[in-house]
Write a protein that binds this ligand. Structure first.
Ligand code: GLA
Length: 389
């Protein structure tokens, strides 16, 4: 409750009135299925109990006033509801403002403005979807404040659109979906092609999901991301000259062995191989988990990391050091990078009895090689974006 009290107090200090609604929106960790979402494949994420808290009050004018307790120096960013445009001076507020704008463009009308304060406890830039968390919190605010009859999946799609069009990051649907649709102690098995999904109970008997943060900040993440995406599109276009197919996610491993010759550029071929095989691994991994075959699940996680390292080339020294150190540890079923890559976090399945040793040994190897400390969080799998009663 400490966080909520701090948020309420700061809200009052900024806006000189009490918040009328409080929200929570989680971060996410993807267990397997990386860079498959925009390739029409499967993902298997869960929502975590770290995330973003929001406090809101209605205004009588048509201003939207955004404040972040994480970035107090920036102060309140004030925008007219009738004049929302993406601009640098909006800074972090481009995330909430983008959501309002795509809602407006989809025909939702807001009769008045509001004040909103955000307070997040997700580590900054760690690839645990702090942006999707803020976006979905904003969508839930709009739904609640203006009594919109909008299903969660629709909010998820609009938030993805806001990130694509307003922020300029060409992301798939993984993050917004995981954040919005999360369910306590469950992961979501989502087919990004059809948006069909089901919840899979996480029964990890004696094991924990550990998130290890490289604490490394990388620039160019968005441009590298958009480049991977267009390389996959190029590979698909080449494949389409020899086979009728709508996405890389439609191909099995043996289909790919046949059609890969059509891909002209060898780099694009590697990217496509990752997308196809990662999708197949994700399907197998969920099956393994449901058959209680945790060993196989872990092994597929490791293979996923290797493919992201060698074929997709989105890991880098920090993520590789963490994953490779984890693989050597006692009680580790599997470990891999999670999210977009480059910096950010790994996710590992670690035996509860070995947690302390895991953290100690992995940190030691990481510090020796990278020069600073990683951070560890035992993930608590929680609910998607919701109103705090
Ligand atoms: C980022 C994107 C997601 C997804 C992952 C990689 O988190 O926002 O849409 O593509 O990278 O799996």
């Amino acid at each position: 409750m400490e966080i909520i009290d701090k948020l309420k107090k700061s809200f009052y200090d900024q806006f000189k009135e009490e918040a009328i609604e409080l929200f929570f929106s989680p971060g996410r960790v993807n267990l397997i299925g990386e860079h498959t979402d925009y390739n029409g494949g499967h993902v298997f994420p869960c929502a975590i109990s770290l995330g973003t808290y929001g406090a809101v009050s209605a205004r009588t004018d048509n201003k939207v006033c955004c404040y972040s307790l994480n970035l107090p120096d920036i102060g309140v960013i004030k925008t007219d509801l009738t004049d929302i445009v993406s601009k640098k001076s909006n800074d972090w507020a481009n995330y909430p403002l983008g959501v309002i704008k795509v809602f407006q463009d989809s025909g939702y009308e807001f009769a008045h403005g509001f004040n909103i304060a955000f307070y997040g406890n997700l580590p900054n830039g760690a690839g645990l979807s702090s942006s999707a968390s803020i976006e979905m919190l904003t969508a839930m605010t709009l739904k609640t404040l203006f009594s919109l009859a909008i299903p969660t999946l629709e909010m998820v799609k609009l938030c993805q659109k806001a990130e694509n069009q307003f922020v300029g990051m060409n992301c798939g649907i993984l993050d917004q979906f995981a954040v919005g649709m999360g369910k306590k102690n469950h992961a979501m098995f989502l087919d990004c092609n059809t948006l069909k999904y089901r919840y899979v109970k996480l029964v990890l008997e004696g094991y924990s999901i550990v998130i290890s943060n490289t604490n490394s900040k990388h620039s160019l993440v968005d441009s590298e991301y958009n480049m991977r995406r267009s390389q996959c599109e190029q590979a698909l276009a080449d494949i389409q000259t020899v086979r009728k197919v709508n996405s890389l996610g439609e191909l099995t491993a043996s289909d790919f062995a046949v059609v890969k010759k059509a891909i002209k550029d060898p780099v694009c071929a590697k990217r496509a191989r990752h997308a196809v095989l990662e999708n197949q691994r994700t399907i197998k991994a969920v099956e393994a988990l449901e058959n209680n075959n945790m060993q196989l699940f872990g092994q597929l996680m490791n293979e996923s990391h290797i493919s992201l390292r060698d074929d997709y080339e989105v890991t880098g020294k920090e993520l590789d050091t963490l994953a490779e150190a984890a693989w050597k540890e006692k009680g580790v079923l599997g470990s891999r990078m999670t999210g977009g890559g480059f910096g950010g976090c790994t996710v590992s399945i670690v035996k509860n009895d070995c947690l302390d040793e895991f953290k100690h040994n992995v940190a030691e190897i990481y510090i020796a090689k990278i020069g600073y400390s990683p951070e560890f969080y035992v993930a608590d799998i929680g609910e998607g974006t919701h109103v705090i009663k």
